[in-house]
Design a protein around this ligand. Sequence first.
Ligand code: BT5
Length: 264
Amino acid sequence: MDAETIISVLQTRVIGREILCLDTVDSTNRYARELAEHGAAEGVVVLAEEQTRGRGRLDRTWHSPPGLGLWFSLILRPPIAPAAAPGLSLLTGLAVAKAIESQLHITADLKWPNDCLLYDKKTAGILIDLAAEAKSVRFIVVGIGINVRLLTDDFPPELRETATSLAVAAGHSVDRETILAAVLTEFETDYFRFLAEGLTPTIGPYTRRCGLIGCQVDILAGRKTIRGTAVRIDPSGALVLVANGQEHVLMAGEVTRVRKTGTI
Ligand code: BT5
């Protein structure tokens, strides 16, 4: 991938005006974090053809083979409180979903809080790294992994049932530069709206794509699993679950859908 080509077609003002394309790196989030510590500006994008230690949440591995995906990180310096940072995970997921929909005309499903699915299989994941003082954010690195050109055999056997790519879902080859430009463009609009108006404008479009709402789910939060019905995403981006007539408001966790219908 060539930074000059991408930048020349990008219409954004801040996000992606500087793109660093690496052949191989351990993790673009780790690399971007280091750049940010050394003063890199808001909007800088670090992109790699391959990650040798791509990370998911809780130090899980993100499979990032060479040349087949979009593995990249954005550096942000938002004037927000640290508590508002998780909202960026939802906002980013929504930007990825809208970019996929506009380019491929397939409806994307958002699995709270950080997955984007196509036909019930994971296509993209988001990892937010936060560097903050008590009341202010120093910087945030938003890591985005999108499986673009992987075919089934390009996934390790343990992911073949649960993961897919844009090319597999669309049934034709997909251009990485086009998807990247669409994601950065959607992200920029939503991000500046978030800075001006908070997360509220994100909630409606996110909820419409969130297949968990109305379903019976198990959510693993810390060491506890709660079974209940996912009823809504609240204005802070938390998932609200009703279990035994009681509401639980969850800021993070691992959700598994149990049934497509729920009871309150
Ligand atoms: C995520 O974590 O989904 C966040 C993934 C973020 C990856 C990007 S790539 C650029 C940037 N640099 C990084 O180092 N990371 C970010 P989580 O929700 O914890 O999901 C991780 C789980 O997804 C793994 O345990 C696997 O089960 C599964 N998985 C791993 N690689 C996958 C892939 N390529 N496609 C689909 N599922 C995958």
